[in-house]
Design a protein around this ligand. Structure first.
Ligand SMILES: O=C(O)CCC(=O)C(=O)O
Ligand SMILES: [Fe+2]
Length: 217
């Protein structure tokens, strides 16, 4: 399931992030890419400690978002990179590493930090077996997608694309199981809004809790 998480960052937080990025030191993005992804990764990233405060702000903004909680079921947001694509930069087709340090990457996300009209190109593209989908969301919004997906970032042809890119180990590692839990939770909430705490609602709550018990790792 690929989904948009709107308004992860408030306007004020977005300003704060952009200000910090305007003062940060950027280094070659190849330094954090897997051995074969290095070949196709052409961007710049904030160097180590420089972005610590901003990374913490973005992580906590994601964790407080109800849709991120319901759809991703995060156990740890274990990695977060602050990246910049200038004219001519791109990131060719790759899959993200399955293991990063101590953690598994189940879900990848991008928080868009530049307004869509501030740059041309630079779409995040998900490649399926026989089609592809392009994503470019408003600044402050995020996209989350299974880390198993083949994807790329198209070359930026004008302007600058700023983004925060990260990886999550989920309590539920299988995307299909996460989707079932998300759907059941959505139905449960809508039933509750319509008719309150009925017997049907209680049974759904029981099934949802028991599936989470079975599937969480
Ligand atoms: O910038 C993006 O939206 C995604 C970048 C990416 O795929 C990565 O860093 O692995
Ligand atoms: Fe990636």
């Amino acid at each position: 399931m690929i989904f948009q998480i709107p308004h992860v960052l408030s306007d004020q937080e977005l300003e704060q992030v952009r200000l910090a990025l305007s003062e940060a030191e950027f280094i070659d993005g190849k330094l954090t890419a897997g051995w074969y992804a290095k070949e196709v990764k052409h961007n710049r990233q904030v160097q180590g400690d420089d972005g610590e405060e901003i990374r913490a702000l973005i992580k906590s903004a994601l964790l407080r978002h109800p849709l991120f909680q319901a759809a991703v079921r995060p156990k740890h947001i274990h990695s977060l990179l602050l990246s910049r694509y200038e004219i001519g930069m791109d990131y060719g087709r790759h899959t993200d590493n399955a293991l990063m340090g101590q953690y598994r990457s189940d879900v990848s996300f991008t928080v868009f930090l530049s307004e869509p009209d501030a740059y041309q190109g630079g779409e995040l593209v998900m490649e399926g077996a026989d089609d592809e989908q392009c994503y470019k969301y408003p600044a402050g919004a995020a996209i989350a997608y299974p880390a198993s997906t083949l994807h790329r970032v198209n070359p930026v042809t004008s302007g600058v694309r700023l983004a925060a890119v990260g990886w999550v180990q989920s309590w539920v590692k299988d995307p299909a199981q996460r989707e079932i839990l998300f759907d059941l939770d959505t139905v449960r909430r809508s039933l509750y809004a319509q008719s309150g705490k009925t017997d049907e609602f209680d049974l759904l709550c029981k099934s949802l809790a028991n599936l989470i018990r079975r599937w969480s790792v």
